[in-house]
Design a protein around this ligand. Sequence first.
Ligand code: ARG
Length: 605
Amino acid sequence: DNGSQRSAKKCTPQSDPNGMVNILLKLEELFGQAIEQAFPDVKGFQVVVVPTTPNFGDYQFNGAMSLSKLLRTLGKSLNPREVAGVIKESVPSNSVIDTLELAGPGYINIRLKASFVQEQLGLLLTRGVRPPCGVEKKRVIVDFSSPNIAKEMHVGHLRSTIIGDSICRLLEFLGHDVVRMNHVGDWGTQFGMLLAHLEDRFPNFAEETPPIGDLQSFYKESKIRFDSDADFKKRAYACVVKLQSHDPVYIKGWQAICDVSRREFQKIYDRLDIKIKERGESFYQDLMKKTVALLEEAGVLKEDDGRKVMFAPGIAVPLTIVKSDGGYTYDTSDMAAIRQRIHDEKADWVIYVVDLGQAGHFETIFACAEVAGWLDRKKTRVEHVGFGVVLGEDKKKFKSRSSETVRLVDLLDEGLRRAKEKLIEKERDKILTPEELESAQNAVAYGCVKYSDLAHNRNGDYVFSFDKMLEDKGNTAVYLLYAYTRIRSIARTANITDEQIKKAVADGIPLGHEKEMKLAKLLLRFPETIVRLTVDLFLHPLCEYLYEVSTVFTEFYDVCYCVEKDRTTGQIVHINMDRMALCEATANVMAQCFSLLGLKTVQKM
Ligand code: ARG
């Protein structure tokens, strides 16, 4: 896909009176109509319009080359420039486009009408930053975070949590029906050894909640016994059987262990402001039986050394559906889950935010779900949103000094400490009240961890470095949060009211200066930017957009006076209300970007 806005319905005032206009989509519609009119024989041509550099215009249509080839197959011989010329003349009259200009071998450069930009900017200010119109609403399940009970929630889960949350925020803003799902690993064989260990350490665990403070060491102790003590190992297997047959005593023990984990996970979610609903592997216990039965019936399972496996066409490694001891696996639970999500939850779109190490697993799950007839990719969109591993500053897999994996709570604590240092280094403690300083500290600490994850292409491995994250120059959370508070403070120091802004809008904002116009056009690209994100669920383009907004704002602010002060007295002598409105619009768009990325903003910093 090359950037066109897939699966969009028409963006007309009738279809969505409150939505922001997606300008790029609007232009694609106009060019689609032009092609239909000029070349009625051409069917299903995918119109693509892209933003371009200001030298050429605002947007560009560059489909004339492929269209010329297509026409040749239909017996019409026109070179790309001729094709572009015909299209240019066929674009229906509209209120959006000012000029169309042929360029090069067959490009059409598009410049927007100033009146259109003024009008849309006015709407942005009076109605707020709204979701774009033209989005077809879907029911989406986002499976993210998904740590394993009793095991460490590690930096990989942190990435899944941050990326998954931002995807949910984006899809929720676009108006989709989003289910945030925590597919925790709460039903594995690890519970055998945990429960056997529980029997020894807290024999009356069924009557009294066992006081397990540190589940990590509890897990480690039981693992050591499991690996070294044959009797213990036997008992562990027996415990799994008791648990899976729903023995109430063992269910109690299992619940107690899950509760301890859950409380630990919740601490991380609270700090990072993550909302998620838990529906772990245990939810699918009964469905797994049914799943296996359905697959047996369909005749798609093969015997392999006592196991029952399922192959997907073209994929060498099969899923293990039933182990030789009759037990189920991670594969079985994911087959049960995908069926449940499509059939019972009626999801139109299922997204799995899991590290790239599991790419093969999901590819096979999707392919097998198709073989089983549960998944029709024309109707349901399923995708694995992968991400690379987190590296330490030594470029090796991220670990703490003691070479154990880093505890997330400790990591976030370090973030808080480092954020405070940074703010004090910048002497913010001299200006801010203790409460303001604390809000800023939180915003910076959690903001920088999230932003540095989201600003990188998620497919890459990334180096976790507080030094880099906390830099106050370049595309970083610290820089952007500062830039944002500075813009907000312009209006605050000049005591501007909402009414004054509204009046400026009602009087019309001329955008006479070239830098004003440039900034306004960029702000109006917000809708197309976020819709584009849904094509491949990469979030770094949103960070790039946010950064561009802040740099283009600086270009504007450097040359366009908003508040004029007397040089000697410092008294305000003149306020340019149009420009204040532009500041307001910029801050509003930035705030919405922060919100989609899960970053908290502060008024003062
Ligand atoms: N608990 C798994 C892990 O930590 C991730 C689960 C992801 N979701 C899924 N439906 N398989 O590796």
